[in-house]
Write a protein that binds this ligand. Structure first.
Ligand SMILES: CC(C)(COP(=O)(O)OP(=O)(O)OC[C@H]1O[C@@H](n2cnc3c(N)ncnc32)[C@H](O)[C@@H]1OP(=O)(O)O)[C@@H](O)C(=O)NCCC(=O)NCCS
Length: 194
């Protein structure tokens, strides 16, 4: 199948991109961003087309996304105002407090992978690899010295993929709250120098 890689995410694509993101990360984020309809409303609202690379098939359907974060913004960011708008005053405030646990410093790398997801029926065909390679090219074009990503400890297949692509583990991060709130104990910080 012909796969096209692009930087453009049209307004009509926002829902599909939000669904793909939720497919990959919903199980971790459900307790804080759920229920699913609310989560999709929030992600669709805050999603930034300037911080994502897309894989599409010939008909234009989205097969995969590689969101990223820079000092200038994030694929799925948003702020307190967005949380309050979608979840209400109380719901927005406690969710904002929880999400602060996931806040990441940008340090020197300046690009952090922030949501790599390939449609379930299209995995294992090289799309994730191509999206990550394209992201490294993008990072190089922006003058970055490295690309960073975080992968939860139990995602051994994803970690294996990243190691094959030149990422190495630089640190392990853990918080005693993440198991209960986000269903993981810790994650590996991996970096690929450019
Ligand atoms: C991880 C992911 C983006 C890789 O995309 P992909 O297009 O399947 O990757 P590629 O075809 O380029 O490479 C395949 C490799 O990806 C890794 N991989 C991780 N999870 C996988 C999955 N569910 N299915 C297939 N491959 C997976 C494996 O290392 C695999 O190699 P292997 O078959 O030898 O084990 C994709 O599988 C996915 O969306 N997974 C669910 C969300 C996720 O875990 N995202 C990463 C969060 S850090």
């Amino acid at each position: 199948m012909k796969v096209v890689y692009a930087r453009s995410l049209s307004p009509a694509d926002r829902r599909a991109a939000a669904e793909l993101y939720w497919l990959a990360f919903g199980s971790k984020l459900a307790r804080v961003l759920g229920p699913t309809p609310r989560a999709l409303e929030f992600i669709g609202r805050v999603l930034d087309p300037a911080h994502v690379l897309i894989a599409r098939d010939a008909s234009g359907a989205i097969l995969g996304v590689a969101g990223f974060r820079t000092a200038g913004g994030a694929f799925v960011g948003g702020g307190l105002a967005d949380l309050l708008a979608v979840y209400g005053r109380v719901g927005g405030l406690w969710r904002a407090a929880c999400l602060r646990l996931l806040a990441r410093d940008m340090a020197e790398e300046r690009i952090v992978v922030d949501g790599l997801s390939v449609r379930a029926d299209m995995r294992g065909q090289g799309i994730g690899t191509a999206l990550l390679e394209a992201l490294c090219v993008e990072a190089q074009a922006r003058g970055c010295r490295a690309v960073r990503l975080d992968v939860v400890e139990e995602n051994l297949r994803a970690r294996a993929l990243y190691e094959r692509l030149g990422f190495t583990v630089r640190a392990r991060r853990a918080s005693r709250f993440t198991r209960w709130l986000f269903d993981f104990d810790g994650f590996w910080v991996m970096v690929r120098p450019l």
